[in-house]
Design a protein around this ligand. Structure first.
Ligand code: SF4
Ligand code: SF4
Length: 310
């Protein structure tokens, strides 16, 4: 795909009178062609096991990590209250943080982390050839995440020397996984919200609808009746960032840093005006927008206008 701006919801789909899957709602931002392809993949991978006439499906799932802190995978293990329910939905064949086994027979691959080495590109191609559905898990996988901050220096050799000294190490410009392979789904956040992953996986397996918000974090923040952080002197990217985190950071008195990337129709020009009015310097705004890589296109545009190196 990745997620398209051509949002379109689709009606429920009934498979052979038994299996009903409505992954249309999985992501309202998937275009029809991609949706149909994905649906067929899920239907194909589904084994028609049944209990009392109710179809049961447990796709084989594997988790992989590229360059990352593995915090997104940790999130999945963090919520003991729902962990067993989550595990009952899928058959996990590989999950380094949670099990010793490392199977290669999987249908859905969750990939965490960004690409910083050539061997990660090779691993991704292997994963793509095996998995029917590849899910980018977290901001590193979706946008490059915090790892892509090193790209801003424009001098990889200098960065290597600063960080590793004379120690020989292979590292390259950071890329999101969609730069190397086709990605079917993206789950945003640094880290991801476990509840969101559960909703998406449940939608894949059981056909329940998931509504992904089409509005920015501010909507969720106001619904929680938070005091706006701009009024407390703290900048915030909530007006332009994709919602779905329940305004996690602003609800804890921390301005949003845009880890979920831009909301559909994000009004970045207006954000600049808000920042200026609130006395936030352009450099500070760009620092924030650059942090996770989701706003890279906009940052390049802003810097390009000023003729700065990017
Ligand atoms: S998105 Fe954030 S939490 Fe997830 S692996 Fe990357 S740095 Fe860690
Ligand atoms: S604190 Fe941030 S997310 Fe909340 S209303 Fe203000 S700008 Fe929006």
């Amino acid at each position: 795909m990745p997620l398209s701006k051509n949002s379109q919801s689709l009606p429920a789909v009934f498979g052979s009178g038994v299996l009903r899957i409505t992954i249309c709602s999985l992501l309202l931002m998937i275009d029809i062609e991609s949706y149909t392809l994905l649906l067929n993949q899920v239907l194909e991978m589904t084994e028609q096991k049944a209990f009392l006439g109710v179809p049961l499906t447990r796709p084989k799932v594997a988790f992989f990590e590229l360059s990352s802190c593995e915090g997104c995978q940790l999130q999945l293990l963090n919520n003991e209250a729902t962990l067993l329910d989550f595990l009952s939905l899928v058959e996990i064949v590989r999950f380094r943080e949670g099990m010793k086994e490392a199977g290669d027979d999987y249908e859905i691959a969750f990939v965490e982390g960004s690409i910083t080495r050539m061997d990660e590109e090779e691993l991704l191609r292997v994963i793509r050839s095996q998995a029917r559905i590849v899910v980018a898990l977290g901001s590193c996988a979706c946008f490059g995440g915090v790892n892509q901050l090193k790209n801003r220096f424009n001098d990889l050799e200098w960065v290597k020397k600063e960080v590793y000294g004379s120690f020989p190490i292979e590292t390259q410009e950071v890329k999101p996984i969609s730069a190397v392979i086709k990605v079917d789904l993206e789950i945003y956040g640094c880290p991801i919200k476990k509840e969101e992953v559960e909703r998406i996986v449940t939608a894949l397996v059981l056909g329940e609808q998931v509504h992904h918000p089409q509005y920015p974090v501010c909507m969720e923040c106001k619904a929680r009746e938070n005091i706006c952080l701009f009024d407390l002197g703290e900048p915030c990217l909530g007006p332009v960032t994709r919602a779905g985190c329940a305004a996690w950071c602003p609800s804890n008195r921390l301005g949003c840093w845009g880890c979920r990337g831009p909301a559909p129709e994000a009004n970045l020009a207006q954000l600049q005006i808000i920042m200026e009015e609130r006395g936030v310097s352009r450099e500070r705004m760009i620092d924030r927008l650059e942090c996770f890589g989701g706003f890279a296109g906009f940052v390049a545009e802003v810097k390009g206008k000023k003729g700065e190196s990017i």
